[in-house]
Unconditional design. Structure first.
Length: 95
């Protein structure tokens, strides 16, 4: 049973990590299906925790690539751009 779907296009930058799981869809009761796609055609983005950077990251998302995960409550994903201000498309489904 799907309890709620949200989607968003988020603009990143190369100087500050951005929370892409969004706290308003995270709570203590529901797991979260989470998918992020790098919509840029040239610039990679990096995923990780709040300390994600260009040199310390968990996953490099190449242009056009998608990453999906099942997250437990309060598991936050952050992203940062390699350069410029690419966008990522995010879908979150509470379960």
């Amino acid at each position: 049973m799907t309890l709620g779907l949200t989607h968003q296009l988020i603009t990143l930058n190369s100087s500050t990590s951005t929370l892409i799981t969004l706290p308003e869809v995270q709570d203590d009761e529901f797991d979260l299906y989470f998918s992020v796609q790098n919509t840029d055609s040239l610039i990679p983005v990096y995923l990780g925790d709040s300390t994600v950077s260009l040199t310390s990251y968990g996953f490099k998302l190449f242009p056009g690539q998608t990453w999906t995960a099942d997250l437990k409550p309060r598991e936050d994903i952050y992203a940062i751009a390699d350069s410029g201000s690419p966008k990522v498309a995010v879908i979150r489904i509470k379960r």
